[in-house]
Design a protein around this ligand. Structure first.
Ligand code: AP5
Length: 215
């Protein structure tokens, strides 16, 4: 099964992708995580991407298409969840080509819908485990033990530079202008489903699973 989780910054794509990865044995392919790993490694790609990401703009399509093509090419598991890709119409078209070459197809494109005030609130309170990447929130998803990651036990957490208010404004505008236009592309193919991302985290997971299981 191959899925795309679509939605604006802070919609809960990463949170839900991690849950589906564990439960269904799918690979989470997060382009944001891949880029942050490149930045951390100090690679040339990472250096190019860092400033663009910190300001909240999108990294150019050519870079992103090459990055994801390599991962899909190597992919050999039961399926994957794309989280953060595609983000523009050219990326969506390139993805179709990549999948066709591998004899793969997309089963579902799931759009998480969340209103803007809630997105701003979620990003302002987000913190992430520096070791395993699990995402938490100051109010909505706290660690069970203060200062200790529930998943890996690490004591190190980070807050993303692009979660600062100015960058969040730019990211939301990029979503409206560059990413939302891919929704009709998938609607036309008959594989787009909407899930209410305003619901509680567990309820969102249940709604996604209902889509996956089918009628
Ligand atoms: P990326 O890392 O993909 O960021 P994003 O799409 O902006 O999404 P986020 O990771 O911020 O949010 P999310 O939807 O995963 O929410 P989360 O689950 O963490 O991309 C970063 C940057 O990389 C981009 O800006 C761009 O520069 C570049 N980039 C990446 N891919 C690219 C591409 N394809 N093309 C070009 N550039 C690209 O949840 C957020 C918070 O809310 C958490 O604290 C969480 O605990 C909480 N939360 C989650 N669900 C709920 C809920 N139901 N109720 C209450 N709180 C919740």
């Amino acid at each position: 099964m191959n899925l795309i989780l679509l939605g604006p910054p802070g919609a809960g794509k990463g949170t839900q992708a991690k849950r589906l990865e564990e439960k269904y044995g799918l690979d989470q392919l997060s382009t944001g995580d891949m880029l942050r790993a490149e930045c951390k490694s100090g690679s040339e790609l990472g250096r190019k991407a860092q400033a663009i990401m910190d300001q909240g703009h999108l990294v150019p399509d050519e870079i992103m298409i090459d990055l994801i093509a390599a991962r899909i090419d190597q992919h050999a598991g039961q399926g994957f969840i794309l989280d953060g890709f595609p983000r523009t119409v050219p990326q969506a078209v390139a993805l179709d080509d990549m999948l066709a070459k591998k004899g793969l197809k997309l089963d579902h494109v799931i759009e998480l819908t969340v209103d803007e005030p809630a997105l701003i609130d979620r990003l302002a309170g987000r913190f992430t485990c520096a070791k395993c990447g699990t995402s938490y929130h100051d109010h909505y998803r706290r660690t069970k033990v203060e200062g200790v990651c529930d998943v890996c036990g690490s004591h190190h957490f980070i807050r993303r530079a692009d979660d600062k208010p100015e960058a969040v404004k730019t990211r939301l505008a990029a979503y409206r202008q560059q990413t939302a236009p891919i929704l009709p592309y998938y609607r036309q193919k008959g594989i787009l489903r909407q899930v209410d991302g305003m619901a509680d985290i567990d309820d969102v997971t249940r709604a996604i699973e209902k889509v996956i299981r089918g009628p």
